[in-house]
Design a protein around this ligand. Structure first.
Ligand SMILES: [Zn+2]
Ligand SMILES: [Zn+2]
Length: 142
């Protein structure tokens, strides 16, 4: 029987809880201006899952940060909870933040995007660097 990783997380006040099943499709750091402001942080360490791999318990509110890109947050404490985006192939995908998970050290970033917005005191990772969004790449067929 193969082991499928189940991980939990949630907002800061606990009104919204998250559960993921399996591994993310990809993950990285985003330094874009919207992530900076939405997270009130220097960057957003994100992981992307298929919609069926993410369970959300509790009520969220949403706002559209760019066309097709919906960011959800906890109305009680204001914590960012997730973002929903097009997967580029007619489906949807869910972006979570590493900081929402209950455990640390779960995910290592695979690339950095919007490096033009990176804080000058922050060193770059030994990983692919993109000035703006990472160009759409074909997903591995697995
Ligand atoms: Zn909350
Ligand atoms: Zn961003």
């Amino acid at each position: 029987m193969s082991h499928v990783a189940e991980r939990t997380g949630g907002c800061a006040c606990g009104a919204v809880r998250l559960k993921t099943t399996g591994e993310p499709k990809r993950g990285g750091l985003c330094h874009c201006l919207t992530c900076r402001k939405a997270h009130a942080s220097a960057f957003n360490p994100f992981v992307v899952f298929a919609p069926q791999a993410v369970e959300v318990l509790g009520t969220t509110q949403a706002w559209l940060s760019s066309p097709g890109y919906v960011r959800r947050f906890c109305p009680e404490c204001g914590s960012r909870v997730l973002a929903e985006n097009s997967d580029g192939a007619g489906g949807r995908e869910i972006e979570l933040s590493s900081g929402s998970f209950d455990e640390i050290g779960l995910f290592s970033p695979q690339y950095e995007s919007w490096t033009v917005r990176r804080e000058p005191w922050l060193d770059h990772l030994e990983a692919p660097q993109y000035d703006e969004n990472r160009p759409a790449l074909p997903e591995p067929a697995d």
